[in-house]
Ligand binder design. Structure first.
Ligand code: SF4
Ligand code: SF4
Length: 474
């Protein structure tokens, strides 16, 4: 018995229950920037699916049709190359901006930060200031507490479902989706993803918050590899601040104490609950709330601001490098050059991208046949992808075999061209004829040319295939 008690008392849990953080409201220049960023990014996210372009949703990732529409661009599965380039660009941008400005992405633009900020704002509307929230959390359950909690969670759940609906609205027509949702007719995968994404938003921004940054985000772990001593970080000026001391009376005896009045505001405003005075920590998302909080305190007690500030390790070590020199570092130059090169490559590749793409399949039923005119005739199945934003007419021709002619099969109609709607695929038959008297080989390579018939610079797609004839009689 005593053994088990000893054992139990000597064991400690590997998992410490996390305490909820109630960030104190803060005002200041960086908080204003965070508000601007939050409203701009949330506005963009919620409004973008409702924007129209050429009579269709401007941004639509149409998975069933395997087409991604982004304003005037339509990407097909064959354009995977562009998606790869975009991902490389995103990665390089993250490296580049992290090397210059540290975790500015985390503090001002990461979806986790932005949605958490919105949820914290709703929490304040309902439950009041930090002190009032803590008081409510500690209070026993009462009608008031139930009412406030119910209102807060109703707001959070509504906002989360709206977020989930908007997310799915990027993958299927948003107006139909919202109509179906509010008529309670939404079902299947669409409903699943609305609920799943809504639930993820509710959980991550309402409950997990800083734990996502601390324990789940891989960027927090590897960003230190992109840091050097000239990367911008949020830092506490220890030389100026220490020894810290409480109370404003110490201002009269500044010689014995540092400028930090140990008010704890920098800790109370921190969304990850850390104390920046203990030095740079991986939990710090560089949101600069502690800078605003501390500056406010310094102004109130009549001391210069900047006790906590954006700084670099070099500056903290007393090196004074001009900004231009600090930016002129090998890693920034390399990331910058790579970024410019890949971005230029992306733009050039995009501008050279053909608006027509063709796939050819030979008729498998017969290698060749004799036409009514006694010509040798080969038949091909042709898929024409119209990647442009306008309805197109296409003509067909052949090269690589003297005397051969190509035309759209009569079975598809009599006209000389074939029409494919914008962003659609047309499937047609093409017949290639060769007079029997012509010089040919049993099987030889030919090229089919499918050319746009309208437009200022009509584009052509050239695809190779084979033409078969009967064995030649000598
Ligand atoms: S807000 Fe400034 S003065 Fe107050 S504890 Fe933090 S560093 Fe010290
Ligand atoms: S320490 Fe300062 S900058 Fe870092 S997360 Fe906390 S409040 Fe934001």
């Amino acid at each position: 018995m005593s053994n088990s008690i000893d054992k139990a008392s000597s064991e400690s849990s590997l998992y410490a229950k996390s305490e909820k953080i109630y960030p104190r409201e803060v005002a200041g220049q960086f908080q204003s920037l965070r508000w601007i960023s939050m409203y701009a990014l949330l506005g963009l996210y919620y409004i973008l699916p409702w924007v129209s372009w050429n009579g269709r949703q401007a941004v639509l990732f149409d998975l069933p049709a395997r087409k991604f529409h982004i304003f005037f661009l339509t990407f097909w599965p064959q354009d995977f190359f562009f998606l790869s380039l975009l991902l490389i660009l995103a990665g390089l941008s993250l490296f580049f901006f992290t090397a210059i400005a540290g975790r500015v992405w985390c503090g001002f633009a990461c979806p986790q930060t932005v949605w958490t900020e919105a949820f914290v704002m709703m929490e304040r509307w309902v439950e009041g200031s930090r002190a009032q929230q803590i008081k409510l959390a500690r209070a026993p359950w009462s009608l008031l507490k139930v009412r406030k909690r119910a209102l807060k969670h109703t707001l959070w759940i509504s906002f989360s479902l709206f977020t989930g609906l908007t997310f799915v609205g990027y993958f299927q027509p948003v107006s139909e989706l919202f109509a179906e949702f509010f008529k309670l007719e939404l079902s299947g995968w669409a409903l699943f993803w609305v609920v799943f994404y809504g639930f993820a938003t509710y959980g991550n921004a309402g409950f997990m918050r800083e734990q996502v940054c601390k324990y789940m985000c891989p960027y927090a772990r590897f960003q230190s590899a992109m840091f050097d001593k000239d990367t911008l970080i949020v830092a506490y000026d220890e030389q100026r601040g220490e020894p810290r001391g409480r109370g404003t009376k110490r201002i009269e005896s500044r010689s014995s104490k540092g400028d930090c009045v140990d008010c704890g505001i920098c800790v109370q405003v921190c969304p990850t609950g850390i104390d920046i005075r203990e030095g740079l920590q991986y939990e710090c998302i560089a949101c600069a709330a502690c800078i605003d909080g501390c500056d406010d305190v310094m102004q109130k007690i009549g001391l210069p601001t900047g006790l906590i500030r954006y700084s670099t390790q070099s500056q903290d070590q007393g090196e004074s490098k001009p900004l231009g020199k600090a930016l002129w570092r090998p890693r920034i130059i390399i990331y910058g050059l790579l970024l410019v090169t890949v971005f230029s490559g992306f733009i050039v590749a995009l501008s050279l991208r053909s608006s027509v793409q063709v796939d050819i399949l030979r008729d498998r039923n017969a290698l060749f046949r004799w036409s009514q005119n006694n010509d040798i005739e080969n038949s091909y199945q042709v898929r024409v992808m119209n990647k442009s934003q306008a309805r197109q007419h296409y003509s067909v021709s052949v090269s690589g075999l003297d005397g051969a002619t190509a035309r759209w099969s009569k079975t598809s109609g009599e006209s000389l061209s074939r029409v494919v709607e914008a962003g659609a695929i047309g499937e047609f038959n093409v017949l290639v004829n060769l007079p029997a008297s012509a010089d040919y080989q049993r099987s030889q390579k030919i090229s089919l040319h499918v050319t746009e018939s309208v437009g200022r610079t009509p584009q052509t797609s050239v695809e190779e295939t084979r033409f078969w004839g009967p064995p030649r009689r000598n």
